[in-house]
Design a protein around this ligand. Sequence first.
Ligand SMILES: Nc1ncnc2c1ncn2[C@@H]1O[C@H](COP(=O)(O)OP(=O)(O)OP(=O)(O)O)[C@@H](O)[C@H]1O
Length: 727
Amino acid sequence: MPQQFWKPGTDKPRILEDEEGGVVFFAPSLSSASSSSSRFGYASIGSQRQRLPVYKYRTAILYLVETHATTIIVGETGSGKTTQIPQYLKEAGWADGGRVIACTQPRRLAVQSVASRVAEEMDVKLGEEVGYTIRFEDVTNPAATMIKFLTDGVLLREIMDDPLLTKYRYVDSFGSKNLELIWKKLEMVLFCVFPGMVADLLEHIQRRRPELRLIISSATIEAKSMSDFFQTSKKHRGPEDHEFVPRKVPAVLSVEGRGFNVQIHYVVEPVSDYVQATVSTVLSIHDQEPAGDILVFLTGQDDIDAAIQLLAEEAHASRKISSGLIVLPLYSSLPRAEQDLVFSPTPRGKRKVVISTNIAETSLTLEGVVYVVDSGFSKQQFYNPISDIENLVVAPISKASARQRAGRAGRVRPGKCYRLYTEEYFVNEMSSVGIPEMQRSKLVSCVIQLKALGIDNILGFDWPASPPPEAMIRALEVLYSLGVLDDDAKLTSPVGFQAAEIPLDPMISKMILSSNQLGCSEEIITIAAILSIQSIWVSGKGVQKELDEAKLRFAAAEGDHVTFLNVYKGFLQSGKSSQWCHKNYMNYQAMKKVIEIREQLRRTALRLGIVLRSCEGDILAVRKAVTAGFFANASRLEVSDLIFLFPARLEAFSHNGMYKTVRGSQEVYIHPSSVLFRVNPKWVIYHSLVSTDRQYMRNAMTIDPSWLTEAAPHFFQNLRRPDPIAH
Ligand SMILES: Nc1ncnc2c1ncn2[C@@H]1O[C@H](COP(=O)(O)OP(=O)(O)OP(=O)(O)O)[C@@H](O)[C@H]1O
């Protein structure tokens, strides 16, 4: 039975406040809005729009945007920042003359759902006046789209897209002239919801393009530090900035008020098992609270699966309280159709429980949600530049995240948020903001993008949160070894510029570019598409044996990359059949995504002048192309010295599966999901490392070590001669 763990006496309405008193600026008294609903022309939904707190600030916002290069808007969750401000700008004519109002969001799901909502409010078809672009999916019409929602990553790519192509055709060096091209092309008003690198880059661009307007808006933004950042030029900012250029003082507007109250409840004692506590809380809400859906925040798919299982068991054991519950998972690798279920209306007399990762944390409105259960944890990516491993770690969330989570309730009616941590912990121990992404991410893709934008002096770049120097150096090293950067750390022509054009990890981009000379671009594009998604196999839980057998049907002795080609061929031969996928323990949605990504990569390749050609089974060419991108991820099996004395008899007993990476001599093992697991060839290259009980190589392929020096002589010149076991 659910335990009684809510603090007595906290059941009174408590408006979510900035506990730190962090909001420091207030709106200049610029009058409240004067618009009437008839001006909007979307009458049925117009009154809803007018009830939102941000509506009173419509005129103020338009005035500030008109008169300031940058406007920072701070407002509670649900106050209407994301859905309304782009519409105000459009209504005021900011999208006239072919300009676009762009609104960035950190997550794909938020981009899609907010775009749909705004299209609905404007009563237009999604993909026309209002559209969205996420990686590998463009739902816009260049001739018609005025408001466009997009992820940060897509925006970066759009900024550099045209100038890159233009540059590549006309000039050899990518100097400051190129920036002028970017500014000419970028006819956008930008509405940047989350501050981070994108805001910084835009500010950089803005200093040369005064007509560009930037709005930074969030419920959790540290307005003071952001404002300071935009006002002062702290450092020398790069070769193109010899003179000190003061930044224009940004306007800061605080939107008062919130949609509906959200009561916050804390546990009295810390919980020892947050999955169990989540399940108890959901059941007790269902038992005791009036109608309304529940949104639960856990950390990842494993937690979510465990919670769903537990909920099913406990619900079964206590029939009385469990009837009428519809439980839905929500995480990023879930097929789109299943994700969409969370937006569908809850049938009468039922209660939906959405159990989600933090993909539902920002900008999302799930209409029926009245209750939020916050576990206090999320999975966060941490990158270690020394080992080059990106780990997803379960870590406590920040106050900023906690507020965002609570803000998913109270959007269309009052709500409640149940925090599975104590109030004391929240007030005294929880950090105010999390560690910025910039400081815990791999930087290769970010560095190549900065370079492509013409920002060459990245060490002198004025980051809002400086990344660790080791990560920066590691990124520069990788890009240099790939031939993407030259001795002066500038993008090389054409390889560097071409690699920057491909929306993938530069190692994959280099692999694609190399496939052109090797005559196997069709195969390599298939491999690149498959490497871009999490997994093409169904989750092995409960069906591991069957899954392993299915893999064996496609397994190639050369390793996972060649196995992918067999899988893809089988899928095409089956007529892209879902039954075929089901029979072979393959994720049908993932395979459909592979087809989509592949098509987009083919278009990019054609644009870059790559000839689309199949090697017709010449697997050697494919393996060499993979090596050309991933040579830095080579590793060699560690074999006992005894092998040299008794080579024939002892080979099988001469190793324990441990490899050493050629760069850095780290101990690594082949991941159990690889077709080379237990095969242990002498030399392999891998796609990525994951760290659990050991460090594992995911997606491994056998190589001949001589290909390494062929692919990157400069990179390997300092390494000792390949071990005799290789030959
Ligand atoms: N899909 C939707 N269905 C119903 N109402 C919606 C929907 N999307 C938004 N709304 C309404 O519009 C309000 C404003 O949403 P919006 O996303 O613009 O707020 P916000 O200030 O950007 O919030 P956040 O900081 O949480 O992203 C919501 O509180 C809700 O009342």
